[in-house]
Design a protein around this ligand. Structure first.
Ligand SMILES: Cc1cc2nc3c(=O)[nH]c(=O)nc-3n(C[C@H](O)[C@H](O)[C@H](O)COP(=O)(O)OP(=O)(O)OC[C@H]3O[C@@H](n4cnc5c(N)ncnc54)[C@H](O)[C@@H]3O)c2cc1C
Length: 341
């Protein structure tokens, strides 16, 4: 069957910022032969710009897109092997991430419960190496199954080959737009190691009668929904900026003026600062632009929100304001985590 391609379609339902731009082509991907079709007979035949779009929860559109958007809609989850300790689950790129977490928790398979309630799809979980509450996707990814944009051939990359890093991987860099992730295989535990020391997880867990995957998932959903705006109600892309890495030297200098500045050890003599704290110190929490269309969330300074039909550029203007203020005050450059198209 010929795969579905829409033309001149609004991307508003396809991005969590709720930005209303149009795409020239939106191609729905279900299997490698669909990519073959797009390359040999469809719009990818021509030399046009291309974006892979998952749940659109980490992408900001600032203009109508004249090229081709490939959107995975394959949604199978299957167990491919299992022993007394582990179960390996292969999930298609188009599976909603939190549906996979819910499925794992229902089956009492551990490893990804701390990543509950993160928007987006399975494909991007590997691209972004999503992380929360002391866990990253890379901790459970066994392998990633790819399709090449050159000839629709398939290949598999083992975890160690994926160059996973903080919110990054080979798929975001060298393999960007060269390979589409078709599915990801996760190795989940039957004998669990709970990670509950991070943030307010252990505090929230006191409200539950037992320590198990189901309660950890619920505790994390409770914490997240009390702090983060639900994109279905207020358009946003989660944390807009990465937590910046700075030298020990700069941290010491900043500590003179701000003794309470939060910092976390990182690699290569660098330390990580909390971007949200830096933004809050600039007095920007709850900021709203003059048109009242875009601003900073009043409960979480790291989140830029669409308050009502903002354009992508209005969101970018708020981001630039934040970057300038933080740089002036702390001499620290904030780098967007959200991808700006
Ligand atoms: C309210 C909110 C809270 C969030 N909280 C967190 C959090 O706690 N931790 C965290 O890490 N992130 C968080 N995020 C960010 C976001 O959820 C993740 O980055 C998520 O993985 C994005 O998934 P997506 O499917 O929406 O990807 P998209 O935004 O559609 O795409 C992200 C990137 O992946 C690429 N991509 C997508 N699918 C594929 C594929 N199949 N093959 C190849 N490339 C692909 C895209 O081209 C793009 O470069 C949050 C976002 C929101 C809105």
């Amino acid at each position: 069957m010929t795969p579905i391609t829409y033309q001149n379609i609004s991307l508003k339902p396809y991005n969590t910022f709720g930005i209303d731009v149009k795409a020239r082509y939106l191609c729905l991907y279900e299997k490698p032969s669909d990519l073959q079709h797009f390359i040999t007979k469809g719009p990818l035949l021509r030399d046009v710009e291309m974006i892979i779009l998952g749940g659109g929860s980490n992408q900001l559109f600032t203009r109508d897109f004249e090229g081709v958007i490939i959107h995975p809609v394959n949604k199978n989850i299957k167990v491919i092997s299992e022993d007394a300790d582990y179960v390996c689950v292969k999930a298609d790129a188009g599976v909603t991430w939190d549906n996979l977490v819910a499925y794992a928790v229902e089956n009492n398979w551990g490893g990804i419960e701390n990543l509950s309630d993160i928007p987006g799809d399975v494909g991007a979980s590997a691209v972004q190496n999503i992380g929360a509450y002391g866990v990253e996707a890379k901790d459970c990814i066994l392998e990633v199954n790819l399709v090449s944009f050159a000839d629709a051939s398939t290949r598999t990359l083992l975890n160690a080959e994926c160059q996973f890093d903080y919110r990054s991987s080979i798929f975001k860099n060298k393999f960007r737009n060269r390979y589409l992730i078709d599915s990801v295989t996760f190795k989940l535990t039957k004998k669990h190691k709970f990670i509950t020391h991070y943030g307010s997880v252990s505090e929230e867990l006191k409200k539950f009668d037992a320590l198990n995957l189901k309660n950890i998932r619920q505790a994390i959903i409770n914490i997240r929904s009390s702090k983060l705006p639900n994109p279905k109600e207020i358009g946003n892309g989660g944390s807009f900026f990465k937590n910046p890495l700075v030298s020990e030297y700069l941290l010491e200098k900043l500590r003179n003026d701000y003794p309470e500045i939060p910092s976390y050890p990182a690699t290569n003599d660098m330390v990580k600062l909390a971007a949200g704290w830096l933004i809050e110190q600039c007095g920007l929490k709850g900021y709203m632009n003059p048109k009242q269309t875009a601003g900073i969330h009043d409960k979480q300074a790291l989140v830029i929100v669409n308050k009502g039909n903002a354009s992508g550029m209005e969101i970018v203007d708020v981001a630039r304001l934040v970057q300038n203020k933080v740089y002036e005050k702390f001499d620290v450059c904030l780098e967007p985590e959200v991808i700006i198209n």
